[in-house]
Design a binder for this molecule. Structure first.
Ligand code: ZN
Length: 360
């Protein structure tokens, strides 16, 4: 994002082990090695019944969900939750078609909703039958509150709120509105160069059975296939609990070939919201940076924290696919050649800074 210089968070070790960050067992060791002290402090904080509200702010597809899931993996999923406002609103669409669930929803909104738009109208909007009216913020707040009640008392990362400038001022009082009166809250700003978002979208693929997301270029599976007819390489699902394990050809979603331009409008709104909140005083801020300029990388990060890129060649003689791993250098939004950090490295920065803003 132009105009913002986020500090680079140092995760480099003077000397140490190397870790395979795609492997859950190694990743556990990596987290303990690089942020063990902070993880322990956060665990104690949460075990004592404390919570927090962290607002994730970053452009669409900047990895908000991934970073939170890794935070939960490191600190403990039983006391931390990720709330996606978009998912909540979408799930209401299904609820509204089920008579029992719809009745429960209507009863809940009847108790909690205060706003200017008539009640029947809201149900229409939520059910997706009226696509011209936006879901009012008052309704979103009520729905988030319902989700928080359902989750029980946990620390939460909120993804998708504030979604636009009209919701910004609500976010300042959000913790009061959802009943977390004295809990600390903070903003998590995520900076990812556009070119990285673009590549993530263009090369992403999913398994048709288990929906596991992967990336042909940036996050491969173990087994790669080659289609001789189409002269195309493809990933084979490697989720052990999937019925298509080792055989399902992972496929791209329609529209992804357009990359970031397909979501340009959303990206610009997300940036604007970040820009406004960046100037806000009185709420602690966490800065996550996905890209590190090549020229200073060796000072700040370890080699194995860098996202590699893969390409493939077909070896006709051996009758198999050759995988070539290369370092991936992209220009960040200021034009500086940069590396992209693997998600676990960004999560370490999130863990350390969260402990810091909570004063642990
Ligand atoms: Zn699968």
């Amino acid at each position: 994002m132009k105009g913002f210089s986020f500090p680079i968070f140092k995760t480099k070790q003077e000397e140490g082990e190397k870790f395979q960050l795609e492997d859950p067992v190694q990743r556990r060791k990596y987290f303990d090695c690089k942020a063990g002290v902070e993880i322990e402090k956060l665990r104690v904080f949460l075990e004592q019944g404390n919570t927090f509200v962290g607002f994730l702010l970053g452009p669409k597809n900047s990895g908000k969900g991934t970073y939170t899931k890794l935070f939960m993996e490191a600190v403990g999923a039983e006391r931390v939750a990720h709330i996606s406002v978009g998912d909540i609103v979408r799930s209401i669409d299904a609820d509204a078609r089920n008579p029992t669930k719809k009745a429960a929803l209507v009863a809940f909104l009847g108790r909690r909703y205060r706003g200017f738009i008539a009640f029947d109208k809201i149900i229409e909007v939520l059910a997706g039958r009226d696509t011209t009216t936006l879901v009012p913020t008052e309704v979103i707040l009520a729905l988030v509150e319902r989700e928080i009640e359902r989750l029980g008392r946990k620390a939460v990362f909120v993804d998708g709120f504030p979604r636009n400038l009209d919701q910004v001022s609500y976010s300042l009082y959000f913790r009061t509105l959802i009943g977390y009166r004295d809990d600390p809250d903070f903003f998590v700003f995520i900076n990812v160069p556009e070119i990285i978002i673009d590549e993530r979208m263009r090369s992403r693929v999913v398994c048709g059975s288990c929906q596991s997301p992967r990336n042909l270029k940036l996050l491969r599976t173990k087994e790669i296939g080659y289609d001789e007819g189409k002269k195309e390489f493809y990933l084979l699902c490697d989720n052990p609990s999937c019925e298509g394990f080792g055989k399902n050809r992972m496929v791209a979603k329609e529209g992804d070939e357009l990359g970031i331009e397909a979501i340009r409008e959303r990206i610009e709104v997300d940036k604007k919201v970040m820009e406004v909140l960046m100037d806000l005083q009185g709420v602690p801020k966490i800065f996550l940076r996905n890209a590190v300029p090549v020229e200073v990388a060796s000072e700040y990060i370890d080699d194995y924290e860098i996202t590699p890129a893969y390409r493939y060649e077909w070896d006709g003689e051996l009758n198999k696919v050759r995988v070539i791993e290369e370092s991936w250098v992209v220009e960040d939004d200021d034009g500086l050649p940069s590396y992209s950090l693997l998600p676990a490295a960004v999560a370490v920065s999130l863990i350390k800074q969260t402990a810091q803003v909570l004063g642990l």
